[in-house]
Design a protein around this ligand. Structure first.
Ligand SMILES: Cc1cc2nc3c(=O)[nH]c(=O)nc-3n(C[C@H](O)[C@H](O)[C@H](O)COP(=O)(O)O)c2cc1C
Length: 280
C-alpha cells in the first residue's frame, strides 16, 4: 500500500489502515464513496498556482451553507481572498505560512453576529443575547461546520486544503485588512488549490478509537496503552516525512505546555471584547 496514494476510491481496509495504522483499525462497517473521501483527507501545505475551475467558489460556499446552523441563525460569513497583497499580509500574521500566498484561493471563515446585530438595529429591537459568550460560541461552531462542509466538497473535487488557525495570532489586523465590522472575527483561514506534486501527501494517523469513543460513560482506563501505541505511529509518520521525530505526546506538550506557543492568542478574550464580542 502506497501511503502517498490515498484517494477517495480506495478500499475500506486500505483507508482504515492508513487512518489508524495497520493493526489498529476499527471493525468494518457501512462504506461508500463519501466516507472514502472523508477518510482520505490530509492537509496540504504546498499549492500549484493553477486557477480553480469556474464556479468552484460558489459550489464550495453552497456546500458550506448546507451545513446545519444553530437555530438557522447563520452566524457565519466567509471572505474569499485572491488579492496577492492581502494574502501576503495574512501570511505574515500567520507566522509566514507560505501556502497562504501560493494557493489560488484563500478563504477566511468568520464567526459573524454582525448581520443579526444589524437586523436588530434595523428592526429597532435589542437582541439581548448578543453580548453573551453563547452567541460567540454559536457563531464559531457555525463557521467551523460550514468550513468543514466546504473542505469535504473541495476534496471530493480533487482539490486540497489546509486550515489556518494562525490567523488568530492577530484577529484585529485580520479585521482591518478585510474591513470586518464589529461582531465579525476571522476564526480561521483555509488554503484551497491543487497540491504541488512535490509535497508529501500521506494520511496522518489518528488516535485509536478506544481513546476517543466511549459507550454510555467516559472511560479513560485504556488511554495509556492507546497513547503509547499512537506515539509510535506518529513518530514513524514524522520519520517518513523528515520532520522532527517527535511522538504525539511530545507534540501535545510542545503545543500546549507553554503560553509562548499560543503566538499571542492567550489574549483572545480581551481582543474579542474589543471586536464587538463582550463574551458575558
Ligand atoms: C482549526 C484548525 C486550524 C489549523 N491551523 C493550521 C495552521 O495554521 N497551519 C497548518 O499548517 N495547519 C493547520 N491546521 C491543520 C492541522 O495541523 C492538521 O489538520 C492536523 O495536523 C491533522 O493533519 P491532517 O489534516 O493532515 O489530517 C489546522 C487545523 C484546524 C482544524
Amino acid at each position: 500500500m502506497d501511503v502517498n496514494q490515498s484517494t477517495g476510491t480506495q478500499s475500506q481496509a486500505e483507508a482504515l489502515a492508513l487512518r489508524y495504522g495497520i493493526g489498529a483499525e476499527p471493525a468494518h462497517g457501512p462504506w461508500n464513496d463519501v466516507i472514502a473521501t472523508l477518510l482520505s483527507h490530509r492537509s496540504v501545505r504546498g499549492f500549484l498556482p493553477d486557477a480553480l475551475p469556474e464556479g468552484t467558489l460558489t459550489t464550495l460556499v453552497a456546500a458550506a451553507q448546507s451545513a446545519s446552523t444553530s437555530s438557522n441563525l447563520q452566524t457565519w460569513s466567509v471572505v474569499a481572498v485572491t488579492d496577492p497583497a492581502k494574502k501576503a499580509a495574512l501570511a505574515k500574521i500567520a507566522n509566514n505560512q507560505k501556502h497562504i500566498e501560493q494557493c489560488p484561493l484563500f478563504l477566511v471563515w468568520l464567526a459573524d453576529v454582525s448581520r443579526n446585530t444589524r437586523l436588530g438595529v434595523e428592526e429597532g429591537v435589542t437582541l439581548e443575547t448578543m453580548p453573551h459568550f453563547e452567541s460567540f460560541l454559536v457563531a464559531a461552531i457555525d463557521a467551523a461546520l460550514a468550513a468543514q462542509n466546504a473542505t469535504v466538497a473541495a476534496e471530493s473535487l480533487g482539490l486540497s486544503m489546509v486550515y489556518i488557525g494562525a490567523l488568530r495570532n492577530n484577529p484585529v489586523e485580520v479585521g482591518r485588512l478585510l474591513e470586518l465590522p464589529p461582531g465579525a472575527m476571522g476564526v480561521f483561514g483555509m488554503c484551497v488549490g491543487y497540491p504541488l506534486p512535490t509535497v508529501t501527501n500521506e494520511v496522518k494517523p489518528r488516535l485509536p478509537q478506544s481513546a476517543i469513543l466511549f459507550h454510555d460513560r467516559y472511560d479513560a482506563a485504556g488511554e495509556p496503552a492507546a497513547r503509547a501505541a499512537y506515539d509510535e505511529r506518529i513518530a514513524a509518520f514524522s520519520r517518513r516525512h523528515e520532520m522532527t521525530q517527535d511522538t504525539w505526546t511530545k507534540r501535545v506538550i510542545g503545543r500546549m505546555g507553554k503560553i509562548a506557543a499560543m503566538s499571542g492568542r492567550d489574549k483572545l478574550v480581551s481582543i474579542l471584547n474589543g471586536m464587538g464580542f463582550p463574551l458575558r
